[in-house]
Design a protein around this ligand. Structure first.
Ligand SMILES: [Zn+2]
Length: 510
């Protein structure tokens, strides 16, 4: 290990709740991602450098660097060996999914277990550093790794862009139906559609909140024909901890059967009533068992003086990824965080203008490098202005929808995001070949693009320069295509969007 990585282990840092490291952007290999200190979770090794170079250092606290490296690089043989002092993959999963030691306990000061309990204790401890909420830390850490892989590869590597086409931000519209049905649901769907948007509504089927029962087959079919999604809003009735798993599993089996029985389709994406949750990710596993492929229950509701102080990324991400269970197995369901619940704004008594400002500032930061798919929750009853305590939810969505329409930000349903992710993540870039001196003075990159079906929005990025050469002609199935170039996180790429399901790509660098 000392030979290969050029470091010697001198100790171990036991895990603390809040711990940080910082990337050294003055080293060219490490350039491009956030240089403020970022959190990591799990224990870390203490290394002494014996030939390696540090790319990042561990911190004593958020603002104080230590002399110990967090990430190192060492030239070895024909390649390079990079060592992380902590388990990067585990750290990302913990940051996104919360503290497993806090599962099935109360922590967010609101009764009922929900994902936020995995991030807070009633006494004030948090799993996130409140000074880092505006940074999607888990995403930045992964981009750091991706940059290292690209920069250390022996040939230019193609990659897929995160979001549809070349969008840097997408807004996903959702609403928990509560006791509403049919004609009470329609206004918010129609309003969103009038701005070109689509919406996911989650219907209940519990006691008096019988949204599935009371919505007619014709009403539901019309919403879906207009491009909206209809899913479920499950409620277990309250039990927490012991017994909750069985109760929630039974409730989820019933509500998905009710939806299918009435409307002949499954529940593809979901948010739960009172954000019901059990275990670390047991609830997500239950949803996956009944065919649901995207969960919206990581829900930004931090008790605070004002949402202005606690807006941001409490679980470090603006991008959906699959859940990981306690054994480290990937579950067949995406975790997509709900950053903008209407009641979080309204309960803290801010104005519609302040709500719009929070949202548009986050759009702007996303465009500038914190690429994100943001999810809102616009409850139909709140949109319909039935609560005197909430005068803002009938108002701010219109301003935000108009902004998105005017700025070209996609206004999607949850199901649309799911379809995109499934297509993107099943796409393969294969037979990647790098031919030097393919003709005098030229080097050639070639690879096969293979998507599950033809779409108009699966975008490929390739480095626009490589070892002193610039990308010249790029052909897709033999036809030259126009490419746009753009710097993403410190690396300049050429980007293009194949429209067929399969294509051969050839890029010449001169
Ligand atoms: Zn609800």
């Amino acid at each position: 290990m000392a030979d290969l990585f050029g470091v010697r282990t001198v100790g171990t840092r036991p895990e603390r709740l809040l711990q940080h490291f910082a990337i050294d952007g003055s080293v060219p290999l490490a350039k491009g991602v956030v240089e403020q200190s970022l959190q990591y979770h799990g224990e870390a090794s203490e290394y002494a450098l014996e030939g390696a170079t540090a790319l990042a250092c561990l911190h004593q606290d958020a603002d104080t660097p230590s002399s110990e490296p967090a990430v190192t690089i060492h030239r070895y043989g024909k390649g390079s060996a990079v060592a992380f002092a902590f388990d990067l993959a585990k750290s990302v999963v913990l940051m996104r999914q919360g503290n497993p030691q806090w599962q099935n306990t109360e922590g967010d000061t609101k009764s009922g277990y929900r994902p936020m309990d995995l991030f807070m204790r009633s006494e004030g401890e948090t799993y996130f550093d409140s000074k880092r909420l505006t940074i999607p830390q888990a995403d930045e850490k992964q981009r750091f790794l991706a940059n290292l892989i690209l920069r250390l590869a022996e040939k230019p590597l193609p990659r897929m862009w995160y979001l549809p086409a070349m969008h840097k931000v997408v807004m996903v519209n959702t609403g928990d139906g509560e006791a509403n049905y049919g004609p009470e649901i329609a206004p918010v769907l129609d309003a969103c559609a009038s701005y070109g948007g689509r919406f996911s509504v989650y219907l209940m089927n519990w006691d008096k909140a019988r949204g599935i029962d009371r919505t007619s087959v014709e009403e539901e079919a019309a919403w879906r024909a207009a491009g909206h999604e209809v899913g479920v809003h499950v409620y277990g009735g309250g039990p927490d901890g012991e017994g909750a798993y069985d109760t929630l599993r039974e409730a989820y089996a019933k509500i998905t059967a009710d939806l299918k029985g009435k409307f002949a389709h499954g529940a593809r994406t979901v948010r739960n009533h009172t954000i019901d949750w059990t275990g670390w990710v047991d609830m997500a596993a239950i949803e996956a068992e009944f065919g649901t492929r995207m969960d919206m229950n990581y829900y930004h509701y931090i008790p605070c003086e004002s949402p202005i102080d606690t807006r941001g990324y409490f679980n470090g991400t603006g991008l959906p990824q699959r859940f990981i269970d306690a054994r480290g197995q990937m579950l067949p369901i995406y975790q997509t965080t709900t950053q903008w619940p209407d009641e979080w704004f309204a309960d803290h008594k801010i104005t519609a203008e302040q709500t719009v400002e929070i949202i548009t500032n986050m759009f702007q930061a996303a465009r500038n490098g914190f690429y994100s798919a943001f999810v809102n929750n616009i409850h139909p009853p709140r949109y319909n202005a039935i609560y005197a305590k909430d005068p803002i939810t009938p108002v701010w969505p219109h301003t935000v929808w108009a902004y998105c329409r005017d700025q070209g930000i996609p206004l999607w349903s949850g199901e649309m995001l799911l379809d995109f992710l499934e297509a993107r993540n099943r796409t393969r870039l294969e037979n990647i070949a790098w031919q030097t001196d393919s003709e005098p003075g030229a080097h050639r990159l070639s690879f096969d693009f293979q998507a599950p079906s033809a779409r108009e929005d699966l975008t490929i990025l390739i480095p626009s320069g490589w070892s002193g050469r610039r990308l010249g002609v790029l052909t897709v199935d033999g036809k030259a295509v126009e490419v746009a170039t753009e710097v993403i996180k410190g690396i300049e790429y050429a980007r293009f969007t194949p429209t067929a399901a399969r294509a051969q790509v050839v890029a010449d660098y001169r």
